[in-house]
Write a protein of this length. Sequence first.
Length: 234
Amino acid sequence: MATRLASALLNILYPERCVACGAFGLPLCEPCEAGMTPCSQGGRCPNCSGRWEDGGNCPRCFAWDALDGAITAFDLEGSARRVVHGLKYRYVEALAGVMSESVAKLPPAASFDIAYPVPLHRSRQRRRGFNQAALILNRIGWVGGPGRLERIRKTGTQVGMRHAERRANVRGAFRYTGPALDGLNVILVDDVVTTGATANECARVLKDHGARTVRIAAFARANYDHSVDAPILD
Ligand SMILES: [Zn+2]
Ligand SMILES: [Zn+2]
């Protein structure tokens, strides 16, 4: 009763508003949701969901030597960008629901054995108070993997780094401890895929422990030929 009263009061003081346009009602209103660009539209790299008009695989995911593919729901722009920022920097927790619904519908949902959230370094997680990737995965409810995948080295911001720099930056940043993953197909979950360098490094570690395939599913895909790329931190 007290909790319900408190939440009713909170709703009066801070009614739910659309993170993209400010309309009252939902964390993401229907028009703003409808305005996002699905990664199933337009010319796409079949391997990484990135925009790519030239057919075949794009040069970006060609650099992945452990990650087997990325599948993402929306381009990281407009409302989708607001959703990502709203969860990560403003902790609008309801947005984890919006994102997990989209990720759960992605095609690979039926073709993996176990899932891991892309881990944050514990100091960053402590500062932020949560790992957005884990929030999304928890809400989807996919079967988690055994053991523990963790980020053991702080990698700092990767904003503005090119793929090769990001790759060097994340090298050795992750560790898996637990039983062998022999023959298992793994899906990583995150809010955003940018270059995929972080997920590729997670994939390398998981494959060192026997994983057969490792792909990543995420809410948004950064197509960073944009001149106005706002910073996205891991
Ligand atoms: Zn809206
Ligand atoms: Zn690609």
